[in-house]
Design a protein around this ligand. Structure first.
Ligand code: URA
Length: 210
C-alpha cells in the first residue's frame, strides 16, 4: 500500500501559512490564521465524504438532492495544539462529534506518553479526522492513531499544518492506511525535534504561553 500524502497547495492556504510562520506575528493573528486555514483544510479532508440523496421541495418542485451526514464524523483533537484546529473544522462540519487524546512528549526520548483519551460512542460508524498542527517526529501522531484504532472507526484521516519528512516516514511506516493532509512538508527536524524552518511551538503560539 502506497501511503497517501495530500499537500494542500491552494494559494489561500499557502499565503496564510507564510503569515503564521513569521516570528513577530501576534497570538491573536496566529490563532485567527489557524482558524481560517482549518476551515480550508476541512474542505480538502472532507472531499471524499459519502453523500446520500434526500427528498426535498424547492419553491418550484420536488427533487432528490445530496447531503452528508456530519453526525458520523468525529474530529479527534491531539491536545493541546490540535484544539487550535477544531473551531474552524466545526464551523464547516457543525454536526461532527469530538474526541480528545492527551499525549505529552517525553523531553528525553521524544516518545509520546498518554494522559487522556475520550471518544464518542459508536466509533465503528464514524469517520475519524485526527487534528494536530505539527507532524514533527510523528511519535504523538502514531501513538494517537494506534490508540484510536482500538475503537475501530470506519476510516481515519490525519490533518496537520506542517510536516517533517522524518515524521511522515515514521508515521506511515506504522500507519500506511492513514492519509495525511498537510499544508507543507518542511526541510527537516532539528536536534530538539522541532520542524525547520517551521513556525516554532504551535501550542505556545496558539495560546500565548511563551
Ligand atoms: N511541535 C511544535 O509545536 N513545533 C514543532 O516544530 C515540533 C513539534
Amino acid at each position: 500500500m502506497t501511503p497517501e500524502v495530500h499537500v494542500v497547495t491552494h494559494p489561500l492556504v499557502q499565503h496564510k501559512l507564510t503569515l503564521m510562520r513569521e516570528k513577530d506575528r501576534s497570538t491573536s493573528s496566529f490563532r485567527r490564521l489557524l482558524h481560517e486555514i482549518s476551515m480550508l483544510m476541512a474542505y480538502e479532508v472532507t472531499r471524499e465524504m459519502p453523500t446520500q440523496l434526500i427528498d426535498i421541495e424547492t419553491p418550484l418542485e420536488r427533487m432528490q438532492s445530496p447531503v452528508i451526514d456530519g453526525k458520523k464524523t468525529v474530529f479527534v483533537v491531539i491536545m493541546r495544539a490540535g484544539s487550535g484546529f477544531l473551531d474552524g473544522m466545526l464551523e464547516v462540519v457543525p454536526g461532527a462529534r469530538v474526541g480528545h487524546v492527551g499525549l505529552y512528549r517525553d523531553p528525553k526520548t521524544l516518545g509520546a506518553v498518554e494522559y487522556y483519551f475520550k471518544m464518542p460512542q459508536d466509533m465503528h460508524e464514524r469517520d475519524a479526522i485526527v487534528l494536530d498542527p505539527m507532524l514533527a517526529t510523528g511519535n504523538s501522531a502514531l501513538a494517537a492513531v494506534e490508540r484510536l484504532k482500538e475503537t475501530h472507526p470506519k476510516s481515519i484521516r490525519f490533518v496537520s499544518l506542517l510536516a517533517a519528512p522524518e515524521g511522515l516516514a515514521n508515521f506511515h511506516a506504522r500507519h500506511p492506511d492513514v492519509p495525511v493532509y498537510t499544508c507543507a512538508i518542511d526541510r527537516q527536524l532539528n536536534d530538539h525535534g522541532y520542524i525547520v524552518p517551521g513556525l516554532g511551538d504551535a501550542g505556545d503560539r496558539i495560546f500565548g504561553t511563551k
